[in-house]
Design a protein around this ligand. Structure first.
Ligand SMILES: Nc1nc2c(ncn2[C@@H]2O[C@H](COP(=O)(O)OP(=O)(O)OP(=O)(O)O)[C@@H](O)[C@H]2O)c(=O)[nH]1
Ligand SMILES: [Mg+2]
Length: 199
C-alpha cells in the first residue's frame, strides 16, 4: 500500500465537460475507472483508498451519473465514471453519458491510465470489447481488472474466468480484485506506482 499524506477528497462531480477541473499544473496523473454499470468501479476506488464512503456505491445499477474527480495525493487523481450498458435510462440520458465519457477520454491530457473493469462472472461483454477497441484506437493505456472475484467460489472457477478474459488480451495479465476481501489491492497499487513514477 502506498502512503497517503492527505485524506482523499472529492474535487468535483461534473455533469458537463465545462465542469471538469483544470488539468493539474504540477504533472499529476489521472487514473480513470471504466466499465459496465454495477461492475464495481466506485467500490474499487473506495477499496484502494480504504475509504468505504468516498465514492457512492449501490446495488442498483446507474448509481454514478456524473464524472467524479478525486484528489488522492498531491500527484494523483482518481476519476470515477458512470457505467455503460445500463438499460433503464432514457436514450437521451444515455447519449449524454456517452458524450460526457468521450469528452473526458479523448481530451484529457493528464489521463495516464484507465482501469477497465470486467465482472468475473460475466467475462467480456460486447460493450466492454467496444470500449477496449476504442481505447486502443485512441492510444489510451489501460489495465483490465476482473472484479467480484469472490463471487466465484473455487480456485478452478476463478482461474477459468481469468483465462477466458486473458484470451482477448495481447500484452497484459488481467488483475483479479475483490472489494469484499481486498484481493488485488496491493498489486493494483503497484501498477499505480509505476504510473506515478512515469514508467
Ligand atoms: N461480492 C462483491 N460485490 C461487489 C464487489 N464490488 C462491488 N460489489 C457490489 O456491486 C454493486 C455495485 O458496485 P458499485 O461500486 O456501485 O458499481 P459501479 O461500477 O460503480 O456502478 P455504477 O456507478 O452504477 O456504474 C454494489 O452492491 C457493491 O457492493 C466485489 O468485489 N465483490
Ligand atoms: Mg459507480
Amino acid at each position: 500500500m502506498v502512503a497517503i499524506d492527505v485524506a482523499p477528497s472529492l474535487i468535483i462531480s461534473a455533469a458537463r465537460a465545462e465542469q471538469f477541473p483544470l488539468e493539474p499544473s504540477n504533472g499529476s496523473s489521472e487514473i480513470a475507472f471504466l466499465g459496465r454499470s454495477n461492475v464495481g468501479k466506485s467500490s474499487l476506488l473506495n477499496a484502494l483508498v480504504r475509504q468505504p464512503g468516498l465514492a457512492f456505491t449501490s446495488a442498483r445499477p446507474g448509481c454514478t451519473q456524473h464524472i467524479n474527480f478525486f484528489q488522492i495525493d498531491d500527484s494523483l487523481r482518481f476519476v470515477d465514471l458512470p457505467g455503460y450498458g445500463y438499460a433503464h435510462v432514457s436514450l437521451e440520458e444515455r447519449g449524454r453519458w456517452k458524450k460526457l465519457i468521450e469528452d473526458y477520454l479523448t481530451k484529457r491530457e493528464s489521463l495516464e491510465l484507465s482501469f477497465l473493469l470486467v465482472d468475473a462472472r460475466r467475462g467480456w461483454m460486447d460493450m466492454d470489447r467496444e470500449l477496449k477497441a476504442w481505447l486502443e484506437f485512441h492510444n489510451r493505456r489501460y489495465q483490465v481488472i476482473v472484479t467480484k472475484i469472490d463471487k466465484l467460489k473455487s480456485n478452478y472457477q476463478q482461474q477459468t474466468a481469468l483465462a477466458e478474459i486473458r484470451e482477448e488480451l495481447e500484452d497484459q495479465e488481467p488483475m483479479p480484485f475483490s472489494a469484499i476481501d481486498g484481493r488485488g489491492v496491493r498489486e493494483i497499487w503497484q501498477t499505480i506506482s509505476k504510473i506515478k513514477n512515469k514508467q
